[in-house]
Ligand binder design. Structure first.
Ligand SMILES: [Zn+2]
Length: 340
């Protein structure tokens, strides 16, 4: 099945998810290792529940000031080169000879800035399954006006996600009120977007998952507009709080921070345990002398190609991310009652 970009086919996947009382997971990526970890986790989960054609949304941001994931894709730090490589990688990974060929892959442009991403907004939108048109940084009336204009220009071609409120950065000082049902309804009617990002208490780029997701607020919005809510910042709340998102009217959930935040400790642990093999006894001795490594750290084994290559480090990250994604999929993509 591979990559699905046709607007009607994408909307049908959203309807199918709602019928099955599931939320569509949208994981962001900024490198091939993350992309593969996401796809492999979905492949394994699909096999486990007897649905090898599960849909999965892969996303990245472009000229989003808080984080440009396409720029991070290569050392050129060029968003356009990164985005083209991401699409090229996905096309190969979705090919008929790939282990991921049965998945239904949706490609999402996340946090597309109405101003900074002007050049991207002139690209052919047929290459993408959905786009978040993000004008949440300007006053609401202007946000609605700009978003409505974009829907008029591109709404026939692509599924559009709008944002009536900003989801704030965990590292910043700004905090916003939760999105009300009135505001969500007015925004949807005023803009004509397909999906709406609502502020339900989560934050972007959180160092810990200790905030509160306001499901009651989501249900108030759902009762007005149906299951069209997109939740961002899902890494900032404990996973068990967001197990029942589909019941709250959330149709798509965006997640990225937890993948990187919770995979990094595995790499540190592995490298500390194999420091002499990864960096040599001389470096271990220097780090011990500096107090950065302790007496239990071995320095007798000598350098080994099994431990000092990029593939060693990438495999640790890949496996950790795959486990993290798998944990979310178990909550969000439960087996159908009839399938068991
Ligand atoms: Zn976001």
């Amino acid at each position: 099945m591979s990559i699905v970009t046709d607007r009607q086919a994408v909307l049908a996947i959203y309807r199918e998810a709602a019928d099955r009382k599931r939320v569509l997971p949208c994981f962001c990526t900024e490198n091939l290792t993350t992309t593969e970890a996401i796809l492999d986790a979905v492949r394994l989960h699909g096999e486990a529940i007897g649905e090898p054609d599960l849909p999965i949304i892969l996303a990245l941001t472009n000229r989003y000031a808080h984080r440009s994931q396409s720029a991070n894709y290569t050392q050129t730090r060029r968003w356009d080169i990164g985005l083209k490589l991401f699409l090229a990688d996905l096309n190969v990974l979705a090919g008929s000879d790939s282990p991921y060929s049965q998945l239904r892959i949706l490609v999402h442009l996340d946090h597309t800035q109405f101003d900074a991403d002007e050049e991207l907004l002139r690209w052919d939108m047929h290459a993408f399954s959905s786009i978040m048109f993000d004008a949440s940084s300007v006053p609401l009336e202007e946000n609605i006006r700009r978003t409505r204009r974009f829907v008029a220009e591109q709404g026939e071609k692509i599924v559009i996600e709008g944002a009536c409120d900003e989801i704030v950065d965990a590292t910043g000082d700004i905090r916003c009120a939760l999105t009300t049902a009135d505001k969500a309804q007015a925004y949807l009617e005023g803009t004509g977007v397909d999906l709406i990002v609502a502020n339900l208490g989560t934050e972007h780029r959180a160092a810990a998952g200790n905030l509160t997701y306001h499901g009651d607020q989501a249900r108030r919005i759902r009762d007005r507009v149906g299951p069209r809510i997109v939740l961002h910042g899902a890494s900032s709340v404990p996973a068990d709080q967001i197990a029942g998102l589909a019941d709250d009217g959330v149709c798509k959930v965006n997640l990225w921070t937890a993948l990187e935040r919770d995979a990094s400790p595995h790499l540190l642990r592995e490298l500390a345990a194999h420091a002499d093999q990864a960096a040599g006894s001389q470096v271990v001795a220097e780090l011990k002398a500096a107090g950065l490594l302790g007496p239990a750290c071995r320095e007798d084994r000598g350098l080994s190609i099994d431990f000092f290559t990029t593939v060693y480090r990438q495999t640790i990250i890949f496996q950790a991310m795959r486990r993290i994604v798998g944990g979310y999929l178990e909550q969000w993509v439960r087996p159908m009652p009839s399938a068991r």
